[in-house]
Design a protein around this ligand. Structure first.
Ligand code: 3PG
Length: 529
């Protein structure tokens, strides 16, 4: 049985759903230690993680069967994405599901810090009162600066406006009209932002650009009496620089949910009297976890079924990922690519995909990926997925061409894929999708068919002569091969014909050779789709 390993605490309903998948064994170890993880992951097909599981290249190398990394939240800085991509492992996440929780936690930390609520709580629990110690500041009329105005950032902007704060943001990736829509004043740089506000709040992912973005130089721009909040990712704020700045007394407090070193953050920082802390719990609410659990299950289930997922992290850029019209054509292109690579008998120089009907006008990125994946799958020993299909395809040195077929009369959408060699060799397979779900192979080298492309097939070129069908049937019967369906197409009586025979089991090499010796048979290929 294939294994699904879950290494973070996810909602019980999601665990139940995973367990209901009969052909998979689910291993749930939310507090797994690294050494055990290295063992466990070696034969898992899927890993579902939260932020505490570090999927570095060493761990990925141990995971010989791993096909899917499912990140049950948004941030993927705990995963070596480039390495996973090279290995063809699909990485998926669940964007948007914990946005509100993270934004609310930001406001909670901000209020806790500025009103000293945790200190007052501890004092009172231990029998004290001393309310003069817990005088703080209002949020009203303060200027808050958001580093990042994405999902969480703009939600925090909304909440901050509810507190009558003035909101500034630095986000070079957002269109100016979005700043206007959220009532946010744009800043030109992190320095600019720091000099305009007294509360700086981080809402960016951790990547090459944002690592250490809030460093000494930015911190020095903050005015006297400022605050810093970080609920995004540890590492966005340079913690060593921050410690030095905190000691200078200009900053009144910083509230962190995320830390450079999790789960063992710098004690010096955690214990600093001006630091308010929580252990990366921004997404830890019932509401967020229910949504994340449901989404991650649905995504993994889709991916296991060979479907295209809605939230891929490392698929090449394709815009049609959730388009119900395009997705089945991508799957069909994959099938045709697989068929062509098994049927071909010459060294190809180019693979061309031609579109007809409405297909001419859609974004074909996903369809091309499907074709490359299908074609490469049979010619490579490596694991090939939508994730690494194009890089594997490039290594074959084949040109990938595209063209449109324009006909005078209105025609149904269809595609034709042609493999060409430099000595005039040509292999063409056409296909169509009915009602957005029923895939069919409709032509092979101008012979017409109506074949559902799933299963094991024999493709037999023969001369159109009496008795050929019977001889093929007898030969297969003598090899104990059961025929599921038999389709024969010919261009003219007595000319060349092509048979596509769906069989229940694979034909062995010797039996294939015997079949080739049958009278009037010119070639035999066995393919699996
Ligand atoms: C995220 O990346 O979405 C948050 O940091 C939450 O991640 P976690 O719940 O896995 O810690």
């Amino acid at each position: 049985m294939e294994k699904i390993l879950i290494t973070g605490k996810i909602h019980p309903s999601a665990i139940q759903q995973f367990k209901s998948l009969k052909s998979y064994q689910v291993i749930y170890e939310p507090d797994v230690r690294r050494e055990r993880l290295e063992d466990l992951i070696s034969d898992c097909l899927v890993i579902v993680t939260r932020s505490e599981t570090k999927l570095d290249n060493k761990l990925i190398d141990r995971a010989q069967k791993l096909k899917i990394i499912a990140r049950a939240a948004v941030g993927v800085s705990n995963i070596d994405i480039d390495y996973a991509t090279e290995k063809g492992i699909l990485v998926i996440n669940t964007p948007g599901k914990n946005t509100n929780s993270a934004a609310e936690h930001t406001m909670g930390l901000m209020l806790s810090m500025m009103r000293k609520i945790p200190q007052a709580f501890i004092k009172m629990k231990s029998g004290g009162w001393d309310r003069h110690l817990f005088s703080g500041f209002e949020l009203k009329d303060k200027c808050i600066g958001l580093l990042g105005l994405g999902n969480v950032g703009h939600r925090v902007a909304k909440f901050a406006k509810g507190f009558d704060m003035q909101v500034y943001a630095y986000d070079p990736y957002i269109a100016p009209k979005l700043f206007t829509r959220h009532g946010v004043v744009p800043s030109q740089s992190p320095y600019d932002l720091a000099s305009q506000v007294s509360i700086l709040s981080c809402h960016v992912p951790l990547n090459k650009e944002t690592k250490g973005m809030i460093d000494r130089k930015v911190l020095e721009k903050l005015p006297e009496g400022s605050y810093i909040v970080n609920t995004s990712r540890g590492g966005v704020v340079n913690e060593n620089d921050l410690l030095k700045e905190l000691d200078k007394g200009k900053i009144l407090g910083c509230a962190f949910d995320t830390w450079e070193d999790e789960p063992l953050p710098k004690r010096e920082l955690v214990e600093h009297p001006l630091v308010w802390c929580s252990p990366h719990i921004g997404a830890s609410t019932l509401e967020a976890q229910k949504k994340i659990g449901q989404t991650i299950f649905e995504q993994v289930h889709k991916a296991l079924g060979g479907g295209v997922v809605d939230f891929p992290v490392n698929l090449p850029q394709v815009t049609s990922i959730d388009n119900p019209y395009i997705v089945p054509y991508a799957t069909l292109a994959e099938k045709i690519g697989t068929a062509i690579s098994q049927i071909r008998s010459f060294n190809p120089t180019s693979l061309e995909i031609s579109y007809r009907g409405d297909l001419v006008n859609v974004d074909k990125g996903l369809i091309k990926l499907g074709l490359m994946k299908g074609y490469v799958n049979f010619s490579s020993n490596a694991y090939v997925s939508y994730v690494n299909a194009s890089s594997h395809f490039k290594t074959l040195g084949l040109e990938l061409l595209e063209s449109d077929i324009h006909l005078d009369k209105e025609e149904k959408s269809a595609m034709l894929i042609s493999l060409k060699g430099d000595k005039g060799d040509l292999l063409k397979i056409g296909g169509i999708v009915y009602d957005q779900k029923y895939m069919r192979l409709t032509t092979i080298n101008d012979f017409y068919f109506d074949i559902k492309p799933t299963g094991t097939f024999l493709i037999i070129e023969n001369e159109d002569q009496p008795g050929v069908i019977g001889d093929i049937g007898s030969q297969l019967a003598s090899s104990k091969i059961n025929i599921n369906s038999f389709d024969l197409s010919r261009r003219e009586q007595g000319g060349d014909a092509l048979a596509i025979i769906q069989i229940d089991t694979l034909v062995g090499r010797k039996n294939l050779e015997d079949l080739k010796k049958v009278n009037h048979i010119k070639s035999v290929k066995q393919i699996v789709l």
